[in-house]
Design a protein around this ligand. Sequence first.
Ligand SMILES: Nc1ncnc2c1ncn2[C@@H]1O[C@H](COP(=O)(O)OP(=O)(O)OP(=O)(O)O)[C@@H](O)[C@H]1O
Ligand SMILES: [Mg+2]
Length: 165
Amino acid sequence: MMNSDLLIESLDLNGLHKLASRFVECLPRRMTIGLVGTLGVGKTTLVQAISTAIGIDRADVTSPTFTLLQSHHGGDQTLHHMDAYRVADEDEFLELGVEELFDQEQAWTLIEWADRVEDVMPRNSLWVEMRIAQQPDTRSVKIWTSDNELSQVVKTALREMMPKG
Ligand SMILES: Nc1ncnc2c1ncn2[C@@H]1O[C@H](COP(=O)(O)OP(=O)(O)OP(=O)(O)O)[C@@H](O)[C@H]1O
Ligand SMILES: [Mg+2]
């Protein structure tokens, strides 16, 4: 998608919370984030970490596999949490009214299994792919976007978390 993916290896749960905090501190108030990775890899866990960083009670944030959309509010920031796992195709996804969510100011829309609806995701989406890593309870996380400006913001935000050298 672009030539400068960020790769963070071996993030434990603390590391995941650090990542979530940097996102919330540094990224624009309106964002669409596509979450990619196998069953049980930690997509919902990352959404919960982001929610915590926004000031939303993470206990309210459960998997939207069946409800498809859950919306939360923390201060003036809205967080829409979706799961495309059970969405049949892009048309069904659009019928949920996602474009309205994407356009909303002060709102992040986080979509699990977003690779299933990639063709209708906004061009300036941020993509986060999680994979099981070698160490127990760690994940490697790949982050990319085709939006150059956002890419720079993310790189700066995560500089401290990147391996040196
Ligand atoms: N470093 C880590 N990052 C994320 N999750 C972790 C980590 N270490 C352990 N876990 C655990 O892995 C599990 C991830 O489950 P979670 O429901 O977040 O996955 P998911 O990708 O949303 O699954 P699904 O595809 O079913 O939606 C949780 O129990 C979480 O505590
Ligand atoms: Mg999930």
